[in-house]
Design a binder for this molecule. Structure first.
Ligand code: CA
Length: 228
């Protein structure tokens, strides 16, 4: 499982300890030492998960978590709070602002990696390597294959990622901007109609086995994968 993880931590030694261990676990790591920098990075491209220190210079991690939850674009972004405070009421406050998990320092790198994996599995299934089976098609991220029954369906890399995201978030409508964020990792430099082009290619590939109707257009809103 390879995710892009934004680490917001002001302590250089802890920052590099986390970086080394997350890279070793196969993740891509982006570093920020304060909320200002983190906000800029998130504004440019959404990471798959944020590891967020509570005590930071300037705006605190908890305030940043609160902001992320208020913004429609980042509302669903998985956040794990990192803190030296181990009191129960701190933990409750951390989870109250919408953090998905809470890790107390000092922590073992193994525990950190395991907790990240658990949160990703729950909230960002498109970055796990679990195969998805829905609506008569099966997508396997490990072998990079999509099959319908015994038939292979060939996709370009973008169509594959798009289908993977939609299949792991079925029955929900996503706008073009959201899809750019989630699938392209960028919502600034790619035009929205790019999404339409790739949806069209995705449907064309699915047409061969009669599964193109799984990818639906919701007029005025966006796209949805629906197996019902
Ligand atoms: Ca700190």
């Amino acid at each position: 499982m390879a995710a892009t993880i934004l680490v917001v931590e002001d302590e250089p030694s802890i920052q590099s300890l986390i970086e080394v261990n997350l890279r070793r676990a196969g993740h891509e790591v982006i570093l920020a030492s304060d909320v200002e920098t983190a906000r800029r990075l998130v504004g440019a491209a959404l990471p798959d998960l944020i590891l967020l220190d509570w005590m930071l210079p300037g705006l605190s991690g908890i305030d940043f978590a609160r902001q992320l939850r208020r913004d429609a674009r980042t509302k669903m972004l998985p956040v794990i709070m990192l803190t030296a405070r181990s009191e129960e009421r701190d933990k409750v406050e951390g989870l109250d602002v919408g953090a998905d998990d809470y890790i107390t320092k000092p922590f073992s790198p193994r525990e950190l990696v395991a907790r990240i994996k658990a949160v990703l599995r729950r909230h960002a299934p498109q970055v796990t390597e679990d195969a998805v089976e829905l609506g008569g098609i099966r997508l396997d991220p490990v072998s990079h294959r999509v099959t319908a029954g015994n038939e292979d369906i060939a996709f370009g890399p973008t169509e594959f990622r798009l289908l993977h995201f939609l299949m792991t978030h079925p029955e929900r409508v996503y706008t073009r901007t959201q899809l750019l964020d989630q699938v392209w990792g960028d919502h600034v430099f790619v035009e929205e109609r790019t999404v339409d082009v790739h949806i069209r290619r995705l449907r064309a590939a699915l047409e061969a086995t009669g599964h193109d109707s799984l990818v639906q257009t919701v007029r005025g809103s966006g796209y949805r994968f629906s197996a019902t």
